[in-house]
Design a protein around this ligand. Structure first.
Ligand code: X2X
Length: 345
């Protein structure tokens, strides 16, 4: 090959192979795929799915199309079985996660540490915890050990309980209700400790089950309630008890992460941080408006008094203690300390 041709090729490469339509050059790290698959449980009509969409858009723009992520909502890469997302990521079926770790607890139980009942009672507590090294170091290390590179943390939102039968003012009111929960054994135990009958179902199965009356109740952020029009599924009563708020974790399957150049890794991480920030703002805007918006649909929304909140917390104490001991007791104690400080401040 002539020197001129080599020089020309080099300058073409420098100009960016994607921009001029040449095949991508294989990097030392490994070949890039034409498309990376991202799983989200819900589509971009929800703040959660929107977070995924913002992320992939930023990545495509900022890498000049070197990294193209495609979103598969409805957890369709795992046939809607959202509790299989993490193992599918490990098997190479999913490249990019933008999800709630509560869905992955049957694979890696400790990733659900933030969802313990009434652990982070409000956004002040939540923000203090998320800014701590417990998250940016310890939790991220857990994710790495489990097989993914964690990039950023958004918020799925405080989960509220709804049902078709009656207002829920105290734990006893839950007695005998059939409640759909996600595939987390802990959520199931919380419901049974309050006398309800939990039943585990994917989100895809939950909606017809609510519509037909096969189940009486469900729990989800009101953002999800609104976007999925859960009031049309016979859910007439909501209690805004803020019992659990999972993170929205943006993460990349480790072999995929390792195949990208350090420069692209930096771009992707920045994009995830920006997307998570925007997604959190969306969730919080909806949180501020949700009582009004859900009530406007003719749904009875109850906001518990401090005394009622205490009764709910007491009822959840046993599963809380059990899961704290079983999963990450040191980390949970650390979170408790941070939250306690925000009560005094
Ligand atoms: O299935 C649910 O309830 C949802 C959408 O909130 C989760 O994936 C955890």
């Amino acid at each position: 090959m002539s020197t001129r041709r080599i020089v020309l090729l080099r300058s073409l490469a420098a100009a960016g192979s994607a921009a001029i339509g040449l095949p991508r050059f294989a990097h030392a790290q490994g070949a890039y795929k034409a498309e990376y698959k991202m799983s989200t449980v819900v589509p971009p009509a929800f703040a959660w799915g929107k977070g995924g969409e913002i992320f992939l858009t930023l990545v495509k723009e900022r890498t000049n199309g070197r990294i193209v992520i495609k979103q598969y909502p409805g957890a369709s890469l795992v046939q809607g079985q959202q509790d299989r997302e993490f193992s599918a990521m490990r098997q190479g079926v999913i490249d990019v996660l933008c999800g709630a770790p509560i869905n992955w607890t049957s694979t890696v139980p400790q990733l659900g540490v933030f969802t313990l009942p009434f652990l982070m009672p409000d956004h002040k507590a939540w923000d203090a915890v998320m800014a701590s090294s417990l998250v940016t170091k310890d939790y991220f290390e857990m994710v790495r050990k489990a097989g993914a590179e964690p990039l950023a943390i958004g918020e799925t939102g405080y989960r509220q309980i709804s049902n078709s039968k009656r207002p829920l003012l105290k734990p006893d009111d839950l007695k005998g209700l059939k409640v759909r929960v996600v595939g987390s054994p802990m959520y199931g135990e919380i419901m049974s400790s309050m006398g309800a009958n939990p039943t585990f179902m994917s989100w895809a199965d939950a909606q017809p089950a609510l519509a037909s009356g096969a189940v009486d109740a469900q729990e989800n952020p009101l953002e999800v309630f609104l976007a999925a029009k859960v009031h049309t599924l016979g859910q007439k009563y909501v209690t805004k008890w803020n019992y659990s708020n999972d993170i929205l974790l943006f993460a990349i399957a480790q072999p995929v992460w390792a195949s990208w150049t350090p420069a692209d890794q930096r771009i992707v991480r920045e994009a995830a941080l920006d997307a998570a920030k925007q997604q959190t703002l969306l969730v919080r805007k909806l949180f501020a408006e949700d009582v009004e918006r859900v009530s406007a649909l003719g749904v009875n929304v109850h906001v518990p008094t401090p005394a009622e909140m205490e009764a709910w917390q007491i009822a959840a104490r046993r599963p809380y203690a059990r899961y704290k001991a079983q999963t990450e007791p040191r980390m949970v104690s650390g979170i408790e300390e941070i939250v306690a400080k925000t009560r005094k401040a």
